[in-house]
Design a protein around this ligand. Structure first.
Ligand code: HEC
Length: 232
């Protein structure tokens, strides 16, 4: 570095304080417009940090993008394909797991093995074990039976993530609350289909029982006469 022997004063740049490789450096005041963009950037950074990272007042761009994609994929409604895809997406499942621990574990336990609410890991389902069945139960609840509706409180995306988590623990058969509802078979058409044969079967069974009673009565009558006939 060339030592600056004596300070030089440039007509345009003002006082030259430093020279290196023939490049002269002056120390001028920064223009006011430049300073204001600089201060403005500092203020904006503070605002941005609090709005997006501290208070999470708005979704960050990647989240916004994911939400838009999801809305587009579902067309506003959830399809079985979307829910199955989410159940295979580790990110959605772990988001669902976090929500489950926060909102559902009180009644269903941390791993879904059941407490006040049913065991979600066994093959028995009260309201059906299919993706859209589970989504509907979580979204709309079963208020009269003590299962809250989560759609209005948590929103569509969270309900989808929760469904993804429940699907991921379905049929893991954890030791927990005793089975409730109907045995649900994947591809068997869901819970409602499983209930129907039972309903139809109820009528013939009742008839059979009534018939059996009649023949019993007739037999009883026969044996009565036989019995009464023997001593005489
Ligand atoms: C206040 C207790 C309570 C909380 C909290 C709760 N549940 Fe439930 N949940 C229940 C009860 C009780 C039932 C059974 C409803 C019935 O018998 O119709 C149930 C049923 C369900 C079912 C259907 C089970 C079946 O056999 O068809 C699913 C799925 C479910 N809950 C998921 C969730 C999720 C996910 C959350 C958290 C967002 C949650 N629940 C929070 C009490 C609760």
């Amino acid at each position: 570095m060339a030592e600056l022997k004596e300070k030089r004063h440039d007509a345009i740049q003002g006082e030259i304080i430093h020279v290196y490789d023939g490049i002269e450096e002056a120390d001028n005041e920064l223009p006011l417009w430049w300073l204001w963009t600089f201060y403005g950037a500092i203020v904006f950074a503070v605002f941005y940090w609090f709005a997006y990272h501290e208070f999470e007042a708005a979704p960050l761009p990647p989240q916004e993008y994911a939400i838009a994609l999801q809305e587009r994929a579902s067309g506003g409604e959830v399809s079985e394909e979307l829910l199955v895809a989410l159940a295979n997406d580790p990110e959605a499942v772990s988001a669902g797991q976090a929500l489950f621990g926060e909102h559902c574990a009180v009644c269903h336990r941390e791993r879904g093995e059941g407490n006040i609410g049913p065991n979600l890991t066994d093959p028995y389902w009260i309201h059906g074990g299919g993706p859209t069945d589970i989504h509907a139960t979580i979204d709309e609840g079963q208020l009269q039976n003590g299962m809250p509706a989560w759609g209005p409180t948590l929103g569509g995306e969270s309900v989808q993530q929760l469904t993804a988590f429940v699907l991921s623990i379905r049929d893991t058969n954890l030791e927990g609350k005793e089975p409730q509802g109907e045995r649900w078979v994947p591809g068997g058409g869901g819970g409602s289909a499983a209930e129907e044969p039972g309903d139809e079967g109820a009528a013939p069974e009742a008839e059979e029982a009534a018939e059996a009673e009649e023949t019993d009565d007739a037999q009883d009558a026969e044996t009565d006469t036989e019995a009464s006939g023997t001593p005489t």
